[in-house]
Design a protein around this ligand. Structure first.
Ligand code: ATP
Length: 219
């Protein structure tokens, strides 16, 4: 059991919502993970700057995961002033957790099909497994054909089962069917901006935090 993998879920979490939490909870169970580290990005290299500060986004993650002991907030990226690449974060985690601890980078199918655009993306496989969640009836196998050949090759050669994740520290790709909730941070931000209810889209504690701190209200 000591080789149970640790999951890593990065995101802007601007704000965290039940889509993220259900994805993590399903992956925890289906991939038999020991723990999931939620790592909010400081300055994401791939997208626009988040609407609220890293401190607020981290605080909301802390509130959202407070009652799930297997979920842990990891603030390493928000402490950094420069853009963070996943590959560097994984290198740090690998150095801290040792060479044999299985690590699983968790992501959705859309993110996996864009993996070739990530900084030093092929190095990721030497550092962690990749666990991809996709919607029922929306397989990666069908869509991988339009991906660049290199990504297709990695996918085909590395595809493995959940049981394999604890046997190696890194290098496998596992697909899990996970129903996707139709919730996004974009939806929540836009509802707050329009003074509409966000109840039941995210934990109450996070909704209260947003209201108390007047987040996502246009100036
Ligand atoms: P935004 O709407 O601002 O783009 P987001 O809601 O997609 O944000 P991110 O913080 O960018 O949230 O996402 C972090 C991770 O969570 C990504 O891997 C993303 O695929 C996944 N994710 C986001 N929303 C959902 C959802 N509803 N169901 C499953 N996974 C999700």
């Amino acid at each position: 059991m000591s080789n149970q993998p640790i999951g890593i879920l990065g995101g802007t979490f601007d704000p965290i919502h039940y889509g993220h939490l259900r994805l993590a909870e399903e992956m925890l169970e289906l991939a038999n993970l020991r723990q999931i580290r939620f790592i909010p990005t400081g300055m994401p290299p791939h997208r626009d700057a988040p609407q609220v500060s890293a401190q607020h986004r981290s605080a909301m993650v802390r509130l959202a995961i407070a009652d799930q002991p297997a979920f842990v907030l990891d603030e390493r990226e928000v402490r950094q002033a420069t853009p963070c690449y996943t590959v560097d974060t994984l290198r740090e985690l690998r150095a801290e957790l040792g060479a044999v601890q299985p690590l699983c980078l968790l992501m959705g199918g859309d993110a996996f099909l864009q993996l070739h655009t990530w900084h030093e993306w092929e190095q990721l496989f030497g550092l962690a497994h990749i666990v991809v969640g996709y919607r029922p009836g929306f397989t990666i196998e069908e869509r991988i054909h339009s991906a660049p050949e290199k990504l297709r090759q990695h996918y085909q050669q590395r595809l493995c089962s959940v049981d394999d994740l604890s046997q190696q520290p890194s290098g496998g790709v596992v697909e899990l069917v996970i129903p996707k909730l139709e919730i996004s941070a974009t939806l929540i931000r836009s509802r707050v901006a329009q003074n509409r209810t966000i109840r039941y889209l995210l934990p109450n504690a996070v909704a209260n935090y947003i209201h108390q701190h007047h987040l996502y209200i246009p100036c």
